[in-house]
Write a protein that binds this ligand. Structure first.
Ligand SMILES: [Zn+2]
Length: 275
């Protein structure tokens, strides 16, 4: 089974790095760095970790007065719990934006529990087969109260059935994992799901004045915007109506052999996504 995970990981790396910017440039003080991960400060109580295994996979540490939330754990970062404790002394809860090995890789093993959208549990046997901790379920709309800081859960399926975005309404930003693609969306569900997700997120962003979402592969200049979300909604509509047709992309990852490249985002999908 370990070999299988290894093979999947290698496929992920080769596929994602093909499409990724080779370097990243994140502003903010570096507070930790080793061979697996570098953490930079976003603001006084928020940090981004940049993993070195799979196309700058991002981890976000969000601290309140009483507790911290770790949003994703990267791929295979040794002693991630100790690293996190060196940045925030608050007890930390691990939540996942989705079940893929660059976000819930073996780094999760040091955490006794992990919260995930129940719709992504179908991927657990494949992507986190060795996790011994307790898997807990997120609820759409639930709020993690960290003490003077609230993080709201918004289910944003599309990339995976259980993709999830975490919103800090007071700070006016969120963390969207791979929901909106970091510039390269792998649509493993379908366009109607993506269209609904974009409508939902566009409204959340408009209602709460949220300008940006930190993506699952953050390079410094590629935060998701409301415009990106609206563009993806339009692409979904046009793909469903047949107005917009993707190009053949035989190298496509996970059978996603069609590609739309428009509005600064690549959407990888298969014919199944049009049904
Ligand atoms: Zn993913």
């Amino acid at each position: 089974m370990k070999n299988l995970v290894g093979i999947i990981v290698v496929i992920f790396i080769s596929q994602i790095t093909l499409l990724a910017q080779p370097t990243y440039q994140i502003e903010g003080e570096e507070v930790f760095g080793n061979e697996d991960v570098v953490f930079h400060k976003i603001d006084e109580h928020t940090w981004v970790g940049t993993g070195k295994a799979m196309s700058n996979e991002s981890l976000y540490l969000v601290e309140g007065k009483d507790k911290s939330l770790l949003i994703d754990a990267g791929t295979n970062i040794k002693d991630l719990d100790i690293i996190i404790a060196s940045i925030s002394e608050k007890p930390v809860t691990l939540v996942a934006t989705h079940v893929h090995p660059d976000h819930t890789g073996p780094s999760i093993d040091v955490f006794p529990e992990l919260y995930i959208n129940p719709a992504d549990t179908v991927g657990i046997p494949q992507f986190m087969p060795n996790y011994k901790g307790e898997v807990k379920f997120l609820k759409d709309g639930e709020i993690f109260d960290l003490g003077s800081r609230k993080i709201e859960v918004v289910f944003t399926p599309g990339h995976t059935p259980g993709s999830t975005t975490f919103i800090d309404k007071a700070a006016k930003y969120g963390f969207s994992g791979d929901s909106f693609g970091s510039g390269n969306l792998l649509l493993t569900t379908n366009f109607s799901t993506l269209q609904n997700t974009c409508e939902k997120m566009s409204k959340v962003m408009a209602d709460n004045g949220i300008a940006e979402l930190y993506p699952g592969h953050f390079f410094g200049g590629n935060k998701e915007t409301k415009k990106r979300v609206d563009d993806l909604e339009k692409i979904s509509k046009e793909a469903l109506s047949g107005e917009l047709e993707g190009d053949e992309n035989p190298q496509g990852f996970m059978g996603l052999n069609l590609l739309i490249n428009r509005d600064g985002v690549r959407v990888n999908y298969s014919a199944h996504a049009l049904k």
